[in-house]
Write a protein that binds this ligand. Structure first.
Ligand SMILES: Nc1nc2c(ncn2[C@@H]2O[C@H](COP(=O)(O)OP(=O)(O)OP(=O)(O)O)[C@@H](O)[C@H]2O)c(=O)[nH]1
Ligand SMILES: [Mg+2]
Length: 141
């Protein structure tokens, strides 16, 4: 399996996605630190939301095969600037989470990740299981 680092704001659904990808019990656990030895590197949302912690994400991403930028379909605005993927030294994929939630605005959030330069982009919902298999296939290939 490709080693992936999950980056996105707090509540984007990084930890839940990690639990689903591993067929673990889904339960809310606030991420407090980065376990970079794991094949799925879950990061606290505060790292991308706080300017002086952002550099740590760059360092951890060097240890991963793929960078996953997550944005939930219910987020009010994007944290990822246009073409931000071009600054990475790894392939950058996008993951739209919570796609089946009430009020989800999937095309808009998908567009944000496209603008950021993510390719490919997966649309998933960890609660209903939508799109999980396609993401799993990509990571296993
Ligand atoms: N409907 C729906 N809810 C989700 C989904 N993913 C996560 N959630 C819910 O969103 C909340 C936050 O999920 P987390 O996975 O803890 O979010 P996180 O990105 O790890 O947050 P931090 O650890 O704070 O960075 C939880 O209540 C989850 O149950 C999803 O795909 N669909
Ligand atoms: Mg978390």
């Amino acid at each position: 399996m490709k080693k992936i680092i999950l980056i996105g704001r707090s509540e984007a659904g990084k930890t839940t996605l990690k639990q689903v990808l591993r067929s673990e019990t889904v339960e809310y656990i606030k991420t407090q630190s980065v376990d970079h030895f794991d094949v799925i590197v879950d990061t606290p949302g505060e790292y991308i939301q706080t300017r002086h912690l952002g550099g740590a994400l760059a360092v951890y991403s060097y240890e991963s095969d793929v960078i996953g930028l997550l944005a939930s379909a219910t987020e009010p605005y994007s944290l990822f600037g246009p073409a931000i993927a071009a600054t990475a030294t790894r392939p950058v994929i996008g993951i739209v989470t919570k796609c089946d939630e009430d009020g989800a605005r999937v095309p808009m959030v998908y567009g944000w990740l496209q603008e950021a330069g993510c390719d490919p982009i997966f649309t998933v919902d960890s609660k209903t299981g939508t799109g999980i298999e396609a993401l799993m296939r990509f990571l296993s290939a």
